[in-house]
Design a protein around this ligand. Structure first.
Ligand code: IPD
Ligand code: CA
Ligand code: CA
Length: 263
């Protein structure tokens, strides 16, 4: 399989699922809870089914990790798709118009393709390893701001924020006082794309799932940014602690994380 064939399939899947999600905004038929606050709607599930149908018809031998349980392990090759059919479900449920579809492809343990589509803004972010990052076909690059105190950041919190000890509140308050501010916009995949296109200088979050960060992390790297865990180690998808920046402020943010001993 060439990456370009995967790109076409991922574009079609993301655009069609995004169109569907947008049409269903304000018209949710069913809300369930995975735990106390983690929402899943019928739209998340229908979007996932749609994406899997698109991809699996072209790539039946690949493996699929999908948030709402529709994935499958073919184990016939070393390719795996990571699918978040609706990143920003809480926003979507409240008709807050900031959510996306995120599709990433890994081959031999490396992300090789990332596609993130925001249907409300009609913005399609994508990257192929080694070929740069794009927004609606225009090349994108991270920002050139080099100091944390001139930076705009974003973060996020897990749905069970109140019940866990390592809940990101200390990094949030600390970095808020050291920067132009920290946004909490509710879609990790879009936050990463905003770093990639220079709207944010940095984004971090703890305990994200692989489908939240697979596509966006490649898009940041291909846009010239840096992606690591919170203390500058390699990104570990199963742990899901991520720091993505324009590279220039990376060490400064890592220094803050180390000082406040984020684990
Ligand atoms: C969530 C969003 C949010 C992040 C949460 C994620 P979901 O994904 O990415 O920004 O803070 O940790 O779970 O549930 O809307 O797909
Ligand atoms: Ca998500
Ligand atoms: Ca989701």
């Amino acid at each position: 399989m060439t990456v370009s064939k995967g790109k076409k399939a991922a574009f079609n899947a993301a655009l069609e699922a995004g169109k569907y999600i947008k049409e269903r905004l304000g018209n949710i038929k069913r809300i369930d809870y995975k735990g106390a606050f983690n929402i899943v709607t019928d739209v998340d599930k229908a979007s996932e089914a749609m994406i899997l149908e698109f991809l699996k018809s072209d790539f039946p031998d690949d493996s699929y990790m999908a948030e709402e349980g529709g994935g499958s392990e073919a184990k016939k090759n070393d390719r795996r798709w990571y699918i978040d059919p609706l990143d920003g479900t809480t926003n979507f449920t409240h008709t807050y118009p900031f959510f996306c579809v995120s599709i990433g492809l890994e081959e031999a343990g490396k992300m090789i393709l990332g596609v993130v589509y925001n249907p409300m803004a009609d913005e399609l972010f994508y990257a192929e390893r080694g070929l740069g990052a794009f927004l609606n076909d225009e090349p994108i690059h991270v920002s050139s701001i080099a100091e944390l105190n001139n930076s705009l950041l974003a973060t996020g919190f897990p749905p069970d924020t109140g019940n866990v000890p390592n809940n990101n509140m200390l990094p949030f308050t600390t970095l808020t006082t050291m920067s132009h501010g920290v946004r909490r916009d509710g879609s990790a995949a879009l936050d990463l794309c905003f770093v990639a296109c220079g709207r944010l200088e940095g984004f971090w979050e703890l305990k994200l799932a692989p489908w939240d960060i697979a596509a966006g992390s490649l898009i940041v790297e291909e846009a010239g940014g840096r992606v690591s865990d919170l203390v500058n180690g390699p990104l570990d998808m199963p742990t899901g602690h991520i720091l993505a920046t324009n590279k220039l402020i990376h060490d400064e943010v890592v220094g803050v994380m180390q000082k406040i001993d984020v684990k």
